[in-house]
Ligand binder design. Structure first.
Ligand SMILES: Cc1cc2nc3c(=O)[nH]c(=O)nc-3n(C[C@H](O)[C@H](O)[C@H](O)COP(=O)(O)OP(=O)(O)OC[C@H]3O[C@@H](n4cnc5c(N)ncnc54)[C@H](O)[C@@H]3O)c2cc1C
Length: 459
């Protein structure tokens, strides 16, 4: 039996509790069953964004004629080399973690699956470990929906779609969330004929006006079957077939590839939690309180496995919070999240921070809502923007900004103005106090703030 100060299960956001405490002298056991670095590095944020940037270039190239630019030939992607470059970059990055762990006398790395034997004992590769504190950062993996025939066909999840070196001529994407849309958009930009099968709406958790605008723009250049029900999936002679009911009609689709991206499920089933008193919720995520403590003393959980937020930036925040409070400040304080933003890196991009209008209505908040289109700005003119906007929601009485939503070029960057503002509890007046660079994209935010100010004055 080996005893450590800290055991960390999972090396995505969990790494925030490996190296930093080890530098303070704590003995840490890091356990990982796959490549070091977790989902984001190996099969999530990083490879997908490395794929999406070239996809954005292809999209802009396809629209270049409206800027009087003509390519002698249609741009083509060398998909195999692109995927190989992406895979090598992330594999090298992941491989660079182990030497750093091996050099560190305070870190023991266990390559294997951790299972709880009891509340405070873990088994990995036949070894038994105990620790003063255990951090579970075991993440989540793609959830596979219950569709007749799906379990007997060789479909891809995001994991395989990011490693596939051959560009299929056609692809069916099942799902309407950000992973389905980002990957489907990328393949489509490179030339695959993609059909999206969406059970309900695309990006349905966004502010409704964003969902509406996204569907309006995205469906102009993509095949999308909204509110569709898949009856069955078949596979024969290297082709996938999907029988789908959409708009009251049954259609049979066929494609060379099938991507399933309908959400994730927690990796709690692998942890031997049945041997402990650690509780999970009805969806299988680990229950934690405001201290990120599980129902067992000295066992904490963070990241996707707690089902609160599903972003690398949020698990990083949680990991840094635990390290700071438990090991630097050595006090037990509740976690207070600033507004947690997110973005969807499709074309158009979508980004959000704070509340949606629908949430404000449900919460009976007295608010104002304004929208400013990209086209009503100098940079919008230069970009010939004919869609996209920033939406600003503010408290009527105080002008405090409660939510901001962007859809359009570089929305994931533009939103940062509001992330800072909301983190500092800022108001519409604060947005109007600063000088904006003319004619940069954030002027769209300022123009929205001007509209909001007018509305606040007249109300
Ligand atoms: C295609 C895709 C694109 C994404 N894009 C973005 C994005 O742009 N921005 C963003 O913020 N987020 C994005 N995400 C989400 C992001 O990757 C996750 O929210 C984040 O990685 C969660 O971190 P985590 O530490 O909770 O879990 P993970 O990063 O999943 O790490 C958990 C680790 O624990 C290991 N593990 C699990 N069980 C055990 C066990 N019993 N023993 C040992 N090891 C175990 C797993 O192998 C894994 O490495 C994306 C995800 C996908 C799939």
């Amino acid at each position: 039996m080996k005893h450590y100060d800290i055991i960390v299960i999972g090396t995505g956001g969990g790494t925030k509790l490996v190296t930093p405490p080890s530098k303070l002298g704590y003995k840490v056991a890091a356990i990982e069953k796959e490549s070091l670095g977790g989902t984001c590095l190996n099969r999530g944020c990083i490879p997908s964004k490395m794929l999406l940037y070239p996809a954005e270039i292809m999209t802009l190239a396809a629209r270049s004629e409206k800027f009087q630019i003509r390519f002698p030939e249609k741009p083509q992607v060398d998909f195999k080399t692109l995927i190989e470059r992406i895979s090598k970059t992330v594999d090298d990055d992941s491989a660079s973690i182990l030497p750093a762990y091996e050099k560190n006398p305070n870190i023991d790395y266990f390559a294997g699956t951790a299972r709880f034997l009891s509340n405070d004992t873990i088994s990995v590769n036949g070894e038994t470990l105990k620790a003063d504190r255990i951090f579970i950062a075991a993440g989540a993996r793609p959830a596979i929906p219950d569709i007749p025939g799906l379990d007997s066909v060789p479909f891809m999840t995001s994991r395989e779609a990011l490693r596939r070196t051959e560009l299929p001529r056609s692809m069916i994407v099942i799902g309407g969330g950000f992973i389905a849309l980002e990957l489907g958009f990328a393949y489509s930009a490179f030339g695959t004929d993609v059909t999206f099968l969406v059970r309900d709406r695309m990006l349905k958790h966004e502010d409704k006006e964003i969902t509406d605008e996204f569907e309006r723009i995205f469906t102009q250049s993509h095949n999308v079957l909204l509110r569709s029900k898949i009856q069955k999936i078949e596979y024969s002679e290297n082709m996938f077939f999907a029988d789908v009911i959409a708009d009251g009609k049954t259609v049979r689709l066929e494609a060379e590839a099938l991507l399933v991206a309908t959400g994730v499920r927690a990796n709690t089933d692998l942890l031997g939690l049945e041997n402990t008193e650690i509780q999970t919720d009805e969806r299988g995520y680990i229950r934690v309180n405001e201290y990120l403590e599980t129902s067992v003393p000295n066992v904490y959980a963070l990241g996707d496995v707690i089902g609160r937020y599903f972003y690398r930036h949020s698990v990083n925040f949680e990991g840094e919070f635990l390290f700071r409070t438990l090991y630097r400040e050595k006090k037990r304080v509740p976690i207070e999240y600033p507004p947690v933003p997110h973005a969807v890196f499709t074309h158009p991009q979508v980004a959000k921070v704070g509340k949606t209008e629908e949430e404000l209505i449900l919460e009976n908040v007295d608010y104002i809502s304004v929208k400013n289109p990209y086209s009503a700005s100098a940079t919008g003119m230069a970009r010939l923007s004919d869609s996209g906007f920033i939406k600003l929601l503010a408290e009527k009485k105080t002008g405090r900004v409660l939510g901001a939503h962007a859809i359009g070029d570089e929305a994931s960057n533009v939103i940062h103005l509001f992330i800072l503002l909301m983190t500092m509890n800022g108001t519409v007046d604060d947005l109007l106090r600063m000088i904006y660079i003319h004619p940069a994209l954030p002027e769209i935010a300022r123009n929205a703030a001007r509209k909001a100010k007018e509305l606040l004055q007249t109300n």
